[in-house]
Design a protein around this ligand. Structure first.
Ligand SMILES: Cc1cc2nc3c(=O)[nH]c(=O)nc-3n(C[C@H](O)[C@H](O)[C@H](O)COP(=O)(O)O)c2cc1C
Length: 437
């Protein structure tokens, strides 16, 4: 039997039909009320037909005041359940699992949704060309409110037919901001020691578990490290994984990086250790970390996402028990049936359109020493994939001929239109002045 086609039993009792997962990719397809649409049904129906054992949705937000981008689906007590039911039905029609990724952007909140973002502390995001406003530190009562919101979204996901949830605690989103000593400078019980910095994630996990019960799958996406000086480290990540395993987490997805440091796409910036390692093995950026983590948290299923493109490597690591689930993102924006091909023994490398996408020539490419040029290239790359997701969601085929500049301008134009049409208009929130926590 092909290792990729073996079912996987999860601690809660549920099972995945195979070892290939579609990683979370934000869709930007919500309507002006921040609800799911027919486009979600079309898109996830196609991915469900593609044969993956698990589909993770893109970010679903817990609070409409704070979005990662306009077009995020939001669940915060304002309806929209009928559309979620249709989305879940389409996304599970192939007999796969469909898990909702639950998220709060914290300081990675676009100005198009709010110019008053919140974070663990009032630490500004570097780079990103001013697309995100500086955050203020959350009040303790707001932290408890956000934890309740995660639980609420999980309960609605379960009620509307999603078969699991994932807590987004990677890539510099709010939970990852709490974990990072660079972003979290609090001196109360939510900052300082690792135990305090991990409190937000662990309390979210506890509240979500209470909301969905012991038999419903809960996953978390966690950075193997932030790949920044003074950031969340590999050793800390391993300890947090241990705590999650002790509490019965069903699947830990390992990724890495933040908006300041796009390691999730293989850009390791100035991290010499990572560069050496990624030269050795030009794909599956987080595999070495996963191997160490496997030893630390035996028994908790592990998914690794980021750069997997060679089927023989995927089979090797699954057969060796180093990784339980292979996460795939970008290739599934251009070929939705890849999981079927892989589980039926396919050996062709997966497509890598990202390799040909650059805004500037040579030194101004993604490895540019100029941070804003790297940011622009990263934005163009992601915009190119956003556009392919839109094409798929409208029943069309991907547009391979799209250039990087075209993708970037098209993306910003579309997002501005979505932001204008949103019914909800953010207002500054009347809370006591921000403390410098
Ligand atoms: C268009 C796009 C949107 C993404 N949106 C999300 C998201 O909503 N949540 C998340 O955790 N990761 C998101 N990611 C990161 C992917 O889940 C994945 O970690 C990354 O693409 C690396 O995997 P790959 O090399 O197979 O593409 C996104 C990536 C892309 C390309």
């Amino acid at each position: 039997m092909d290792p990729l086609s073996k079912p996987l039993a999860l601690p809660c009792g549920a099972a995945l039909k195979n070892r290939v997962a579609k990683a979370a990719m934000t869709e930007g397809l919500a309507d002006s009320n921040d609800n799911a649409t027919e486009c979600h049904e079309t898109l996830y129906g196609r991915w469900s037909d593609g044969g993956a054992g698990l589909l993770l949705t893109g970010n679903v937000m817990v609070d409409r005041r704070y979005l990662e981008r306009p077009g995020n689906v939001v669940i915060d007590g304002n309806g929209g359940e009928a559309a979620l039911r249709r989305w879940a039905a389409a996304g599970t029609r192939g007999g796969n699992h469909l898990w909702m990724q639950i998220s709060h952007p914290g300081r990675q909140c676009t100005r198009m949704s709010s110019s008053h973002p919140v974070s663990s502390s009032s630490v500004k995001l570097k780079g990103m060309m001013g697309l995100m406003a500086p955050p203020r530190a959350l009040e303790i009562v707001e932290i408890h409110d956000i934890i309740r919101r995660f639980a609420h979204v999980a309960r609605i996901a379960k009620d509307t037919g999603f078969t699991g949830v994932q807590i987004h605690s990677a890539h510099g989103y709010l939970s990852s901001q709490f974990l990072s000593p660079r972003a979290n400078r609090r001196t109360d019980e939510w900052g300082g020691s690792l135990e305090n910095r991990a409190r937000f994630l662990l309390e979210v996990y506890g509240a979500v578990r209470e909301a969905v019960g012991p038999e419903f799958p809960i996953a978390a996406k966690l950075n193997s490290a932030d790949f920044q000086k003074g950031g969340f480290s590999k050793e800390e990540s391993t300890q947090v994984a241990r705590w999650l395993a002790e509490r019965g987490l069903d699947l830990l997805e390992i990724s890495g990086g933040t908006y300041e440091q796009m390691a999730l796409f293989g850009d390791m910036g100035d991290d010499a250790e990572r560069k050496a390692e990624s030269t050795k093995r030009r794909e599956a950026y987080f595999l070495e970390y996963a191997r160490d983590m496997r030893q630390a948290v035996e028994g908790m299923p592990l998914m690794v996402t980021g750069g997997f493109r060679t089927p023989s490597l995927m089979r090797e690591v699954v057969a060796a028990g180093e990784v339980d689930v292979i996460g795939i993102g970008r290739p599934l924006c251009v070929a939705t049936d890849l999981p079927q091909v892989l589980t039926q023994g396919g050996s062709e490398p997966l497509p890598t359109p990202e390799k040909d996408l650059r805004l500037g020539p040579g030194m101004l490419g993604r490895a540019s020493p100029i941070h804003s040029m790297r940011t622009l290239n990263g934005q163009a790359e992601v915009a190119w994939f956003y556009r392919q997701i839109i094409e798929l969601s409208e029943g069309r085929e991907p547009v391979a001929s799209l250039g990087a500049w075209g993708a970037l301008f098209g993306h910003f134009g579309r997002e501005a239109g979505l932001a204008r049409r949103r019914k909800f208009k953010a207002k500054p929130i009347a809370l006591p002045a921000s403390r410098e926590t």
